[in-house]
Ligand binder design. Sequence first.
Ligand code: UDP
Length: 463
Amino acid sequence: MDKKDEGYNKAHEVHVLVLPYPIHGHLNPMLQFAKRLTSRGLKVTLAPTHYTAKSLHIDAGPIAIDPISDGCDELGYRNVESPQAYIERFRIVGSQTLAQLIEKHRHSSNSLCCLVYDPFLPWALDVAQRFGLRCAAFFTQSCCVDAIYYHVQCGQLAIPVTASSIELPAMPALQVSELPSLVSKPESRPGILELLVSQFSNLDRVDWVLINTFDKLEDEVVRWMAKIWPCKAIGPTLPSAYLDQKIEGDTNYGITLHDQNADCMNWLNTRETGSVVYISFGSIAELVPEQMEELAWGLKGCNYYFLWVVRASEEDKLPNKFKEETQDKGLIVKWCPQLEVLAHHAIGCFVTHCGWNSTLEALSLGVPLVAVPKWTDQPTNAKYVEEVWGVGLRPRVDEKGIVGRIETEHCIREVMEGERGRDIKRNACKWKMSAKEAMSPGGSSCNNIEEFVTTLSTLAKEY
Ligand code: UDP
């Protein structure tokens, strides 16, 4: 056996199972983390739900895919009567199907020693520990947001929140409107806050808490969390091509949810550096028609080129004739390869809902932001974007929570060409360097991943 083959066999001595919650914003970072493990010689199996495996195109490279049932194989989670009903069904069915999956892999080889699970599924920890597996909870939201949910879980932050401003350890004072919406307005989505706080219900039994962030970005709160749990910041989990360039072929997330529009890259190629405004509200957020209209006229008003992602389900909210009236300035697509778009020299700013993945992507690629948060963790991410990291502006909302056309136009202009825009661009460049540094050899997240892998390799010898 030559050296290469020896390495190959050794690589397969440590086997890790990765169990994501089946939504885009959770699958992407967990799959990327899995790629980091395989690139260091571990064997990884990803366990999406059957529905996810059927409905998405997942190109996982060397990672094996072995789906489990969540009790909604045909239906999919969106079509269950309520989020609580889905979560409960996944708990009951998933506890059995995850156990069967672990047993199957244990039977075929002895190397399965660790479960990396999404803490939206806290029962997975109980199942895996019955088999003696080590467990790592993988948080896909920011450390600050995770810490806020923990404060709710342990009663430090009482619900309903009555004060107008909140002081919590290791984070800046937050207005109620800057808290995650499920904390400030839990009644807006009944049952979801329970899901978020239950992430911590059994966290005292995990071996690792992995968070998709990096030390410099959330320095204080990461250190605060590390006093309670064995925390490691392992992000940002962008494909290696955008960060350290150490994993050959890792140029995209490998998960395709919607049909992408290839034309938009050709369209961008014809634009000048920093001349285009990119707008996207991610895979879930729905705008009220009035917000869509104000945004549209604000974009038209500022007269920059724009690339706007309007998902098929949102299209009928666009103002009449808007597409026709702006066709020489704007391109509207249903979905685009966002990483490629953000990395393109033509992009001057990103009007975003501040989903955590979009935020990390913009930070890592040095793109200035106009932050228009909608719900869940987005208001808190937007606060950090403007006030902590200094990489964007938050337009003011009116009494109905709408960002008007004049405010939209003003903020986009300010970020693209204004005085504050210059500082924002400087900060964005600085964070881009820091993100690269964190994931490159010797960087904080890179070291944390190395340490995780080394510990697992040592433990595997005990199995
Ligand atoms: N995304 C994409 N194309 C689009 C819009 C979004 O590839 O046209 C990706 C984006 O790069 C990010 C994810 O979808 O990785 C959205 O995740 P995020 O956490 O920002 O928001 P969510 O969809 O969870 O609200």
